[in-house]
Design a protein. Sequence first.
Length: 104
Amino acid sequence: MSSVKEPPRRMHVHLGYGHYYPCRVLRSLLHLDLVLSSTEEVLANRQGGDLSLLMFSILTTGVGAWVLYGVLKHDVVIVIANAVSFCCLSGILWFKLREKLDPA
């Protein structure tokens, strides 16, 4: 008989990988479609129009935080999808800031 105790087993939860991967990719593509359509409209008109500067500032900051989170978690899907969104949102934000500073 052995007096050595086994260490307690730890639960290993790995959400977002395996069978969840296609869902994550689809969610990322749908998010990109939304952001790219807004970016296309802003680039075609060369102005931000009715888009809220405050809303896009907050959204761009939030997406930038997701990029950072993806880098820290070493998650390629999160990094790529949010990096593309961050670039597009930064472009929209630039047009909005340009309108705000130079309304002429």
